[in-house]
Design a protein around this ligand. Structure first.
Ligand code: C2O
Ligand code: CU
Ligand code: CU
Length: 538
């Protein structure tokens, strides 16, 4: 742990968010920065957007406005629907088409460094928002990339060194949608019937300001707020007609994991995962959604009575350490202030309302759920370039910090085992052997440390989407039974929730682009404490 890290953590225990900025450096290497300052005239952009990270005061709760960080956008060139503003603190939704060339002029107007990452997108290293490309207040970074991804729901967010958690928490995130030919043929619900739902948890002071107070214990676990927001608003109710909708759900929370289910027990029908539509719809009793994961649902309100309501909930589950402390405040706001806030903030073991759908209008026709969606080439070991070599991602913990492959983040360094030949397909084994993890942490520093070994970790890899080959659980039954039916293993993914005791094998292509590409835990507190590494693709 460096000195700066230490001071920063000390500081975080006491500080209110608004004052963080002047004290904390967001650069590990302030010198020799490479910044893509100017547009490349040979790159013929179809879409040009000016995107600015700045402060703003927005209404979230009744009463005083909340001081936030916010991406504001302006469409400079391209189709009118390429950018859609949302009320609240989230950045505009960026709507792209496969094949489009996109140029984004990113401006930082914050008093702290900032860099923006296009989560889920397959772009070159210098366009990917690696923390080494952070810019200062007043600077500009020009992102240029061709949209290679298929239709799906991605997102963008800050990725600043040791500041990702606080910057995303304060608002620096937004959605990206992509369409393509194959999707258009399906005639899925669109326009007002295509609803984005970004789920985030926050805590507020009595004056409606964001609160991020944490002791070391809470930092190890990750931030859990007591108020659920959807698209930056609380107590969200969406009026719907008696027909089918497409719901694009992003878990944009720092560390909270949701077990999504319908309040009346209707099974959940998924049509897409992180990076793309599925080959065919999948029906599950509930869906587990870790930070950064996306799921697209087919929600059919046909046959429901006007005046009725259906609620998307998060159900209780085990297999997570966050069982201690008070529950989420009833009615979502009830728990604010007091001890519930300081310790345990909110457990993940309560049932909570995420969003209500209230049926307001009877209509006579509805699109039908297609039997098949888009073709997916199912990757198998046969597709792997070197079938006998497996790239390890081993989850570990040492000196009060989580790590990957035994090491914490180093800005531009990588180990031998993190070298990946470009244009290959790799088999990667992510292991979370909580039995092996105890070294040094066992032996009664309170229940706290043992608890830490039982945390799930949402592991994310930059670049191309991957597929899940297998999941093995070395500790089946019990807690695992409360989550195991909520994983969708058939689609394209860029983030996978790895439960304690699990070993998840994935297959991932590393095509087209060389350079440093991050892999990390998307529990943002874990990421900022160094649970992040580089792959060097060459
Ligand atoms: Cu969503 Cu490396 O990030
Ligand atoms: Cu990413
Ligand atoms: Cu983690």
């Amino acid at each position: 742990m460096t000195n700066i890290n230490f001071k920063r953590r000390q500081f975080l225990q006491y500080a209110a968010l608004g004052t963080l900025s002047t004290v904390i450096p967001g650069f590990a290497i302030a010198e020799n920065r490479i910044i893509n300052k100017t547009p490349n005239s040979a790159f013929n952009a179809d879409i040009e957007i000016a995107l600015t990270a700045q402060t703003a005061d927005v209404p979230i709760l009744p009463g005083a406005h909340t001081h936030v960080f916010k991406y504001t956008g302006k469409l400079l060139k391209g189709p009118q629907n390429a950018l859609k503003e949302l009320p609240g603190y989230l950045g505009p939704i960026l709507n792209f088409e496969q094949g489009q060339k996109v140029r984004i002029f990113f401006h930082n107007q914050l008093t702290e460094p900032c860099v923006t990452h296009w989560h889920g997108m397959h772009v070159p290293q210098i366009m990917d928002g690696h923390p080494m490309y952070a810019i200062h207040q007043g600077e500009q970074y020009v992102y240029e990339f061709e949209v290679k991804n298929p239709a799906g729901t991605n997102w963008y967010h800050s990725h600043t060194h040791e500041l990702t958690a606080t910057q995303v928490y304060q608002g620096l995130a937004g959605l990206i949608t992509i369409t393509d030919e194959a999707e258009r043929k399906l005639d899925l619900p669109s326009g007002e019937y295509d609803i984005p739902l970004v789920i985030q948890d926050r805590s507020f002071t009595h004056g409606n300001q964001l609160r991020y107070l944490m002791n070391m214990h809470q930092r190890m676990r990750g931030f859990l707020g007591d108020t659920l927001l959807v698209n930056g608003q609380s107590d969200h109710t969406i009026p719907v007609k008696t027909r089918a909708y497409r719901l694009r759900i992003l878990n944009g929370s720092n560390s909270r994991i949701y077990k999504l289910a319908w309040s009346d027990g209707t099974p959940v029908t998924a049509i897409g995962t992180d990076g793309a539509l599925l080959a065919k719809p999948e029906t599950l009793p509930y869906v587990m959604l870790g930070p950064a994961e996306r799921v697209e649902l087919w929600a059919d309100f046909s046959g429901r009575k006007p005046g009725s309501e259906l609620t998307l909930q998060s159900l209780p589950y085990q297999g997570s350490a966050a069982h201690m402390g008070g529950g989420m405040g009833r009615g979502m706001h009830g728990g604010r202030g007091g001890m519930g806030m300081m310790d345990g903030a909110a457990s993940q073991s309560d049932k909570d309302t995420i969003v209500r759908f209230s049926v307001t209008e009877q209509v006579s026709d509805s699109p039908k759920l297609p039997d098949t969606l888009v073709p997916i080439h199912r990757l198998t070991v046969k597709d792997v370039s070197a079938p006998n070599s497996v790239v390890p991602i081993t989850i570990g913990m040492r000196h009060m910090a989580f790590n990957l492959n035994g090491r914490t983040f180093e800005m531009q360094n990588y180990m031998e085992r993190e070298k990946i030949p470009v244009n290959t397909v790799q088999r990667i084994k992510i292991s979370h052997d909580n039995r092996a993890m105890g070294g040094g942490m066992r032996g009664g520093r309170g229940g706290g440390m043992g608890m830490m070994m039982t945390l799930p970790h949402p592991i994310h890899i930059h670049g191309q989407q991957f597929q899940i080959l297998s999941r093995k659980q070395n500790n089946p039954g019990g807690a695992y039974d409360t989550v195991k039916d909520g994983f969708i293993n058939s689609g394209w993914k860029d983030t996978v929730l790895v439960m304690p005791g699990e070993e998840v094998e994935i297959i991932k292509p590393f095509k087209d682009y060389t350079g440093l590409f991050l892999y990390h835990c998307h529990n943002l507190e874990h990421e900022d404490m160094g649970m992040m590494r580089n792959f060097f693709v060459s």
